[in-house]
Structure formats: C-alpha cells, structure tokens
Design a protein around this ligand. Structure first.
Ligand code: FES
Length: 306
C-alpha cells in the first residue's frame, strides 16, 4: 500500500511537470518601435514577473538551438515583462522580424538592488539596456519615502529619444535628457550633466547606472573623486548566464567575479575597466559573421537558422 501511494505521488508529479512544460509559452503580446533602432517587447512570463527585482536580468532564447541573449527588464505588469531591445545582431533582428513567442525566458538572474531609502539618488543611462534598468530602478525606489530621484538619460541624437511614456520623466523627481550630438539637452553623455550638478553643489548620495562601458569608466573617476557610493551594471559578454562558462568574468578590486551570478551590478570604482573593455570586444568578429549571414538569408530559405 505504501509503495502504491508513493508511485501514485511520483506519477502525479511527473504529469504536472510535463503538463507545465507543454503549457509554458512565452508569448509576445506587444512589440513596438521606440526609435529607428530600439524596440519594446512585452512577453508573458508570470514566474519571472513575480520574482523580479530591479537590477536583475533574463536570458532570452528565440529558438531551441539559438543563442541566449541577456536582457534587462524595464517593467513587470500582470504576469508580463517589458524589455527594450536594440536591433543590433542576428538574434535581435530575427526577433523584430516577426517571432511571436520565445522558446525560453530564463530568470530573473543576478542580484537585484536593495529597495530602501538612499537619500538623493542619480540614475543614469546611455544605452538601450541601461534605459530599461533606469526605468525599473526609478519606479521601485521612487515609491520609497526618503528617496529623491534624479534621472539622466542619454541618447545619440534628438530623433532617437524614446516616446515620453518610456522615459523616466514621470517617475523621477527631476529628469534630464542629454544627446551625444547636442541636438537636445546637454551635449554629451550623462557624465556632463552629473558633473554639472555636482559642481553646483547638488548633494548626491548614491548613483545607479548602466549602458556603455567607456561612459561608465569615465563616470567612475568622478564618483571616486566625490566619494559617492554606486552600482553600475556590467552585464556584457554573457553566454550561459549561469556561472558555467566564465565568459562574463570581471576583475573587482583585483578579484575575479562573474557578472551573471555575482553581479550584474558592481561599484564602478572597483572595476578593472581596461580588462572589462578588452573582453567586450572578444566575440565581435563572430557576431558580425552571424549578422551578415542572417541579413543575406532572411528571405525564407532557412539557411539563417544554421
Ligand atoms: Fe557564463 Fe556568466 S555568462 S559564467
């Protein structure tokens, strides 16, 4: 009798697992362009949405044999996660060209930020992933009493600025836009505006940021001079996102860390930026080959799936 109950229990468990595997579908419910190169994707991923904390990320797979791409989450709502994605390489172009669901959405991964009162916080970003992280952080910390949030978002030019509802305009206490060519707001990156605020004696207690490595490296010097605590996302060069491949390794205060499991956010003052930037360029050649192959074969011959 005991064995019969045990067998029945495991049989039911197996059915439940198999049923869930069949049932889980990461359906894309919305996809719209934010500008000529970035787009927004909403996908059904209730288990990810339920456990997400700002600062964490997911790994996306468009198909079984495809690569895994790390992606920041901008917002969670009603079992769905929203992400900003750039049409940059083969997988993101494949996605924008008409995929209706993901094969898998793995996460949330990495450590989220501590959701508490910090005082005056600057949240800065200058790239698609950084803008998504910026939104999630502003939204979470803006709800906590004692936080005063200054958001600075950098775009390359005026025509690349996202529509208002996808900026942090309404959820930050002060909002600045800078453009690299000076066509809107301060000319240059968020570093220019942050430095101007500090030069004008605005007291900033903490900085969160993400985006391009050279900008993060530049801001780390300013944060060191002003002795400001901070966390910056360095999620570059991830392959598996689970601590197995070692691809995302960074050197923090001389010690090797894995961005996917130890991060993805670290104190910018402690990061060895020279090594980080060298590793970032490592797979550029392979990415270019895959992208060119996809562009040449995307018309339906099926070769781009190889
Ligand atoms: Fe492989 Fe971090 S992505 S160890």
């Amino acid at each position: 009798m005991y064995y019969a109950v045990l067998i029945l229990f495991f049989a039911l468990l197996l059915v439940k697992i198999l049923y869930r595997r069949i049932e889980v579908s990461f359906k894309i419910t919305k996809m719209i362009d934010l500008d000529s190169i970035d787009f927004l994707v909403d996908v059904e991923a209730p288990e990810v949405a339920e456990r997400f904390h700002p600062g964490q990320f997911v790994m996306l797979m468009t198909r079984k044999e495809g690569e895994r791409i790390p992606m920041s989450i901008m917002k969670v709502n009603d079992g769905k996660i929203s992400m900003f994605i750039r049409k940059l390489g083969k997988t993101s172009k494949e996605l924008r060209d008409g995929i209706s669901s993901f094969e898998n959405v793995i996460g949330p991964l990495g450590h989220g930020i501590e959701e508490k009162a910090y005082g005056t916080i600057a949240v800065v970003s200058d790239a698609v992933c950084g803008h998504a992280e910026n939104y999630a952080i502003c939204e979470a910390l803006g709800k906590i009493e004692g936080n005063n949030i200054i958001s600075i978002q950098t775009f390359s030019t005026k025509s690349e600025i996202y529509p208002d509802e996808y900026l942090t305009k309404k959820i930050a206490h002060r909002h600045f836009i800078t453009t690299e060519d000076g066509s809107f707001g301060d000319k240059g990156s968020y570093v220019t505006t942050l430095k101007r605020l500090l030069d004008n004696d605005v007291k900033i207690d903490y900085v969160f940021g993400g985006g391009k490595l050279p900008t993060m490296k530049a801001v780390s010097t300013i944060l060191a001079i002003n002795n400001i605590d901070n966390l910056f996302t360095t999620r570059q060069m991830m392959v598996d996102g689970s601590g197995m491949c070692g691809s995302c390794r960074l050197y923090i205060d001389g010690e090797m860390k894995l961005s996917c499991v130890d991060g993805p956010m670290f104190d910018s003052r402690k990061i060895n930026w020279t090594r980080a930037m060298k590793r970032y360029g490592m797979f550029k050649k392979e990415e270019k080959i895959a992208d060119e192959y996809y562009e040449a074969h995307k018309g339906g011959c099926g070769q781009c799936q190889k």
